[in-house]
Write a protein that binds this ligand. Structure first.
Ligand SMILES: O=C(O)CCC(=O)C(=O)O
Ligand SMILES: [Fe+2]
Length: 309
């Protein structure tokens, strides 16, 4: 049997929402062209560049090629904090919200006495991350973003806990390392591992929005451009969403003044939300909030009594 080559479908961001959702249900991935204007993304990139430079200066050489990210890749977290005005505009498009409403707002029901009560969930921003992927960058490991929620996927019946969206800051091509995805892999059994042969490239024009469900396998492609070639730096801006039940019952980091937190021990600060969670979530600029939040500047911490960091 001849295997059909997988492809990613591109439709205008103004296409009927039913069409967009049908494609996403079927393939788990789509590109929406003309999501943002060239001027909007150029303005964002101009403001992002100093933050990339700062991140590059802060990088320890040993960290450069290791871990989850591909080589020759600079990312900075908390894009909405770094470039608030331009980023928030990109979060205001109706279609973005319609997609999240569809995939991250599941209904759940439970017994209250002998009555069944149904509640509908909602979504919120998980992370906003800016990426600059340069010539020589290698392929990133194929992965599912939903794993950052640490809810065990069991198979096609597991709903995504995240949806990943990326605005193209330049024309994204196979040559500059466009993300490799496996359409349909959101419906795979859990024992099937991803292979590069199953992938195709998310190619998109500047200003497009690539969307994939958090349970779709994907990973950055290799950037085979020469230094200085047009579009050799692949700028993309990730706006990741998650179901809004992944949070504390009370927003405890807002309940006290900084001077009160300064007196608290590390284990108390941990349960209040000043440390990243076990999956890396709850970070501030990618770090433990207690290390970077201004209100805790100079915090000495003291002893961990009940648990280790
Ligand atoms: O760089 C890319 O194209 C994809 C990045 C990615 O998959 C991620 O950060 O989770
Ligand atoms: Fe990813």
């Amino acid at each position: 049997m001849v295997q059909a080559t997988p492809t990613v479908q591109t439709v205008p961001a103004s296409a009927p929402i039913e069409e967009i959702l049908d494609i996403l249900h079927r393939d788990g991935v789509i590109v929406l062209s003309d999501y943002a204007t060239e001027e909007e993304v150029d303005a964002l990139t101009a403001k992002a560049i100093p933050h990339f430079e700062k991140a590059e200066k802060a990088e320890k050489p040993a960290e450069k090629f290791k871990g989850f990210r591909a080589s020759n890749t600079t990312v900075f977290y908390d894009l909405i904090g770094a470039v608030p005005e331009d980023t928030s505009k990109l979060l205001q498009r109706k279609v973005w919200h319609q997609v999240m409403e569809e995939f991250l707002s599941p209904e759940t029901w439970e017994w209250y006495g002998d009555k069944k009560e149904t509640r509908k969930g909602s979504y919120w921003l998980h992370t906003s991350i800016a990426y600059k992927v340069g010539p020589g960058a290698g392929r990133q490991v194929l992965h599912r973003d939903s794993n950052s929620s640490m809810v065990q996927r069991t198979g096609p019946e597991s709903v995504p806990t995240m949806v990943s969206t990326f605005i193209a800051g330049v024309d994204v091509t196979e040559k500059n390392g466009g993300t490799r995805v496996i359409p349909g892999s959101h419906l795979w059994p859990q024992d099937r591992s991803p292979k590069q042969e199953d992938c195709c490239t998310v190619e998109m024009k500047k200003g497009s929005l690539g969307i994939w469900l958090g349970n779709v396998f994907h990973g950055a492609g290799a950037n085979t451009c020469e230094e200085g070639e047009e579009n050799s730096l692949r700028y993309i801006y990730g706006l990741f969403a998650t179901s809004d039940n992944f949070r504390q019952g009370e927003n405890t980091v807002l309940t006290n003044k900084p001077e009160e937190y300064m007196k608290m021990t590390p284990e108390v600060l941990k349960v209040l939300g000043f440390y990243k969670g076990s999956a890396g979530t709850g970070a501030l600029g990618g770090k433990h909030p207690k290390d970077v939040w201004k209100g805790l500047e100079g915090y000495q911490g003291g002893e961990w009594i009940y648990q280790q960091k």
